[in-house]
Design a protein around this ligand. Structure first.
Ligand code: ATP
Length: 213
């Protein structure tokens, strides 16, 4: 069976992340989805809670679902958290199993700025879900031009020369983002129903994302 790999800052994890994982798990009949917070993401830095806090929140959010597994893989590796290294490690660990990397349309458009994007695209299939703003665009128009040359386009699937594919998975757009959640916390606004209750309690207990923290 295939495994889902969902990497992200998860700063903090929210209900859209969980719906993405559940939707792709169901649509592609995955065995389970590995949730992997990046320890030291090359792209993001502002108001970043420690990797340990972000991993704990991912564990709390996924605890009740046996199809989700929080993995500390990137926390154990020194240096910047490159997805290509994570996929290499997972390919070795789960030899013979197909890997599906989960991502939103916004992330697909930035893929050319990632470390070794061509290698990345040969290591896993990619399952893309729509994010408000870019959810109705065809896949090939979202793929950065520099990478498009290695693909053959079908309407909902892009075939990579390595045999891997990028597939679009239907997902009703959810306008939830971690940056909006952090802003709400900083101004003292409610984040209920955007984030699981256990994660809200954790954020409050550790005073995360508050003004000045
Ligand atoms: P931030 O607002 O800080 O940029 P984020 O909410 O985008 O954070 P990330 O941890 O950066 O969360 O995202 C991890 C992955 O989840 C990315 O591939 C992103 O596209 C996807 N994702 C996050 N929120 C949504 C959403 N509302 N709908 C679809 N995909 C999402």
């Amino acid at each position: 069976m295939s495994l889902g790999v969902f990497g992200g800052t998860f700063n903090p994890i929210h209900f859209a992340h969980l719906r993405v994982a559940e939707t792709v798990w169901e649509a592609l009949d995955l065995e389970r989805v590995l949730l992997i917070p990046s320890a030291d993401p090359p792209h993001k830095s502002r108001r970043l809670a420690s990797a340990t806090h972000r991993l704990e929140m991912v564990k709390l959010a996924s605890a009740s679902n046996p199809s989700l597994e929080a993995l500390d893989l990137e926390l154990k590796r020194p240096g910047p958290s490159y997805t290509v290294d994570t996929l290499r490690a997972l390919s070795r660990r789960y030899k013979g199993q197909q890997l599906w990397f989960l991502l939103g349309t916004d992330t697909l458009t930035e893929l050319d700025s990632w470390h070794e994007p061509e290698t990345l695209l040969g290591l896993a299939n990619f399952a893309v879900v729509g994010r408000p703003g870019s959810d109705h665009q065809p896949l090939e128009s979202l793929l950065p031009e520099r990478l498009a040359g290695s693909f053959i386009a079908d309407p909902n699937v892009l075939k990579h020369e390595s045999g891997r594919e990028i597939r679009s998975v239907p997902f009703p757009p959810l306008g939830i983002s971690a940056s909006d959640i952090r802003k709400r916390i900083a101004r003292g606004a409610s984040i209920r129903y955007l984030v699981p209750d256990a994660v809200i309690e954790y954020i409050e207990k550790h005073h995360l994302y508050q003004e000045g923290s």
